[in-house]
Design a protein around this ligand. Structure first.
Ligand code: GLY
Ligand code: MN
Length: 457
C-alpha cells in the first residue's frame, strides 16, 4: 500500500470534484470457482483500491460528502476464519492504515443508505461488473439488476484522477513493466520448435511468480496470433511458426504491465515473415514518435494504420492511396483492433467505468469495423499511461467474408492476399508514459525488431 496520506488526499480531491451527495464504493468479495470455498485468486475492485487501498474481501465504503464522513463497512474475522485462513489486522486497524477512523459492521450499510435515500440525497455509485455488485445494489438501495443508473459525475471525477498517474504510481507501474519485460525476454529465449505453447506459458509466468507478481490478464501465447485474444495453449510449435505472446505482470498493489512480442520458432524469421514484421515495426515506431501532449490518440491510430497500408501496398497486398484506404476502413482487414489503451490498476484501465469516459472524454465512438475497437482516442495529457500495440493480422475468415462481399476491392488485392491467408499475425506491444513534452517507455526494452528477436534466439 501507499502511505496513508495518498489515500486521504485522493478522497479529499474526489469529494471536491463531485461536490455533494454520498459516494458508495462496492468492494469485491471472494468468488468460488467450482464450489464456494475453492475461490479464484482474490482481486479487489480497482477504484476501491485507488481510494481505500485495502486488498481484502468483504468490505464496502461510503464517502458521505455532505456530512464529511468516511466509513468502511465490514466484519471482524471469526475464530473459524482465523483457524483456517490465519489472522489479519482488525477492521479498525485496517482503516487506520488509510486514514479512516470510522468503521461499522457490514449490516449497518443498508440503514445508512436507506436514511440517505429517504431524505432525498443523491447516492453516487459506479457501473457494476460482478453479480455481487448487482445484488448489493438491490439489497442496499432496492435497485433491481439491469436497472442501475451509475453516477456520471462520480465516473468522470474518478476517471480524471485515475487517468493522471502520480509519480508514486509510475514507480509501481514501472515495476510491473520491468517484470513484464523479463517475462517476454524469457519467452523469447526459451522457445524451441517442438515445444507446446503451454511450456512457454509456464516459463514466462514463472518469471512473474518469482518476482512476487501475479498476472494482469490471462496469458496469450499462440501460434495462431491472428486471433486477437487467443487463450488456447495446446498447440505444438512447429519449425517455421511464429509465437505471439501477450502477457503482463500485476504487482502486489494491483498495478499492471502489458506487452506483446512475436517470436520466430526457429533461430531466424523467414524473408516473408520479416517483410510483414518490418511493417508492424514501422507502424509501431511511427506511433511512438507521435506521442506527446495535445495529440489526439485517434490521430496516432490513423497514422499507424496508414503506415501498415503503405507497407502492405509495397508488398502488393494493398493498393490505392493508404490515407484513403484508412479513411474508408480498409485497413481493418489487417488491423481490426485498436492501437492501444490506458493502463494502470487495470490492464485496460477503468474499462468497467466505460471506454467513452476513459478514452473518449464523453465523445462518441466510431461504429466502423476496426475503428470501433479503438479504446483510446482523446488528446494525450502528461501522466497518461498507455500501450502501443499495432498488429498485422491475416484472418482467413475475414478474408473470405470481405472477398465474398467484394469489399474494398479498390484497396485490397485479394489475389495476392490469398497467398498470405495462413500467415497468422504479428503484434509487438510496449507501455508508455506521456511526459510534459513527449513520452517515455516504461520498463526495460523487449525485442522489437526481427534482429533484436533473433539476437536472443
Ligand atoms: N493485453 C491484452 C489486451 O490489451 O487486450
Ligand atoms: Mn494491451
Amino acid at each position: 500500500m501507499f502511505k496513508k496520506e495518498t489515500y486521504v488526499n485522493r478522497r479529499k480531491a474526489l469529494k471536491e470534484k463531485v461536490g455533494s451527495g454520498l459516494l458508495l464504493f462496492l468492494g469485491n468479495d471472494e468468488c468460488g470457482a467450482n464450489y464456494e470455498d475453492n475461490t479464484y485468486p482474490y482481486r479487489q475492485d480497482s477504484s476501491f483500491l485507488y481510494y481505500f487501498g485495502l486488498p481484502f474481501a468483504g468490505l464496502n465504503a461510503i464517502i458521505d460528502i455532505d456530512n464529511d464522513r468516511e466509513i468502511i463497512f465490514g466484519d471482524e474475522l471469526t475464530i473459524d476464519h482465523i483457524v483456517w485462513m490465519g489472522t489479519q489486522p482488525t477492521l479498525h486497524e485496517k482503516a487506520e492504515l488509510i486514514g479512516i477512523n470510522e468503521t461499522l459492521p457490514s449490516r449497518d450499510i443498508t440503514a445508512y443508505l436507506d436514511k440517505a435515500v429517504k431524505s432525498g440525497r443523491k447516492i453516487h455509485y459506479l457501473p457494476t461488473y460482478r453479480p455481487e455488485h448487482k445484488l448489493k445494489l438491490w439489497e442496499y438501495l432496492g435497485i433491481k439488476p439491469g436497472t442501475e443508473m451509475p453516477s456520471v459525475d462520480m465516473i468522470r471525477a474518478i476517471v480524471d484522477m485515475r487517468n493522471h498517474k502520480t509519480d508514486e504510481e509510475i514507480v509501481e507501474i514501472e515495476r510491473a513493466c520491468n517484470v513484464t519485460a523479463d517475462m517476454h525476454i524469457e519467452a523469447t529465449k526459451v522457445l524451441r520448435p517442438g515445444m507446446k505453447e503451454y511450456e512457454v506459458v509456464a516459463a514466462l509466468e514463472a518469471v512473474a511468480a518469482a518476482n512476487g507478481c501475479g498476472l494482469s490478464f490471462p496469458t496469450i501465447a499462440t501460434v495462431c496470433g491472428q486471433t486477437l485474444h487467443n487463450h488456447y495453449h495446446g498447440h505444438t510449435v512447429k519449425p517455421g511458426d511464429m509465437l505471439l505472446v501477450d502477457a503482463g505482470a500485476e504487482t502486489e498493489m494491483g498495478y499492471a504491465g502489458d506487452m506483446s512480442s512475436t517470436i520466430c520458432a526457429d533461430k531466424k524469421f523467414t524473408t516473408r515473415q520479416k517483410e510483414i514484421y518490418d511493417i508492424q515495426v514501422a507502424s509501431h515506431l511511427a506511433a511512438v514518435a507521435a506521442l506527446k501532449p495535445g495529440v489526439p490518440f485517434k490521430d496516432v491510430y490513423e497514422l499507424s494504420a496508414r503506415v501498415i497500408c503503405q507497407g502492405l501496398k509495397d508488398l502488393g497486398i494493398m493498393k490505392g492511396d493508404p490515407a484513403e484506404a484508412v479513411a474508408a476502413g480498409a485497413h481493418a482487414m489487417f488491423f481490426p483492433c485498436g492501437l492501444g489503451h490506458m493502463m494502470g490498476l487495470d490492464v485496460h484501465d477503468m474499462e468497467n467505468l466505460g471506454e467513452v469516459w476513459v478514452g473518449y472524454d464523453g465523445q462518441p465512438k466510431s461504429t466502423q469495423f476496426g475503428r470501433k475497437s479503438l479504446r483510446l482516442a482523446r488528446p494525450l495529457e502528461p501522466g497518461f499511461v498507455l500501450t502501443i500495440e499495432p498488429g498485422v493480422y491475416f484472418i482467413p475468415e475475414l478474408i473470405d467474408y470481405w472477398k465474398a462481399e467484394k469489399r474494398f476491392e479498390d484497396f485490397i488485392d485479394y489475389g495476392k492476399l490469398e497467398s498470405y491467408r495462413d500467415f497468422t499475425g504479428i503484434r509487438n506491444e510496449e507501455d508508455y508514459l506521456i511526459t510534459a513534452d513527449g513520452a517515455r517507455r516504461l520498463g526495460k526494452k523487449i525485442p522489437l525488431t526481427t534482429d533484436e528477436v533473433e539476437a536472443l534466439r
